[in-house]
Design a protein around this ligand. Structure first.
Ligand SMILES: [Zn+2]
Ligand SMILES: [Zn+2]
Length: 191
């Protein structure tokens, strides 16, 4: 049985458990536990509020319309997806920060705002003020993964465990959109 299944088993016994306690039980870092529970949260199996996790007892099929990511067509299952707010107050959502950055490319002619959520604390951040770990081993959704943090300090701490690069919004945007250009160019060369 892997750690994620064991976490679900523990939650079936108890109503809730803190990330700290899970890290003690499994003798792994809190970062590792956060990665496990993020995956469980994305698949709708549990809910998280700050440092405490609960089993998700709500039936997702009720009153729940699954939206699709406009960039990669994946269903948007995250409880707090990347959100871009356009000039007309319309919002567009992406499955993750990776696709979120590509959405910015699409809307680059417009004045927009964007909201993301700190990977550890879940607190909302204006994406333009966030720090992103790009291309780490942790790939909660699309690859190369782009994981948001509200402070550079927590981003660097995450990078220590999972690798990748710590970039601000503009750097992350350029890194991702440029990367695709390179890929397209290399495809052209092959032909
Ligand atoms: Zn996507
Ligand atoms: Zn994604």
């Amino acid at each position: 049985m892997d750690r994620k299944e064991k976490i679900l088993d523990i939650l079936k016994e108890r109503e809730k458990i803190s990330v700290k306690e899970l890290s003690r039980i499994f003798k792994v870092s809190e970062m590792t536990i956060y990665r496990d529970i993020r995956e469980l949260e994305n698949s709708g199996k549990l809910k998280r509020k700050y440092g405490v996790v609960y089993l998700n007892k709500e039936d997702k099929s009720k009153n729940f319309v699954i939206k699709q990511c406009p960039v990669c067509d994946k269903p948007i299952t995250r409880p707090r997806p990347y959100k871009i707010i356009l000039e007309n107050d319309e919002t567009v959502e992406a499955c993750c920060e990776h696709c979120g950055l590509f959405l910015h490319q699409k809307y680059r002619e417009q004045q927009v705002n964007a909201i993301t959520y700190d990977f550890i604390t879940d607190s909302p951040i204006t994406a333009f003020d966030a720090y992103f770990v790009v291309g780490s081993e942790a790939v909660p959704c699309c690859s190369p993964s782009v994981i948001p943090f509200s402070t550079k300090e927590t981003a660097l701490k995450f990078q220590k465990g999972f690798g990748g690069e710590v970039l601000d919004f503009v750097e992350a945007y350029n890194r991702l959109t440029k990367r695709i250009k390179i890929e397209i160019n290399s495809i052209k060369k092959k032909n």
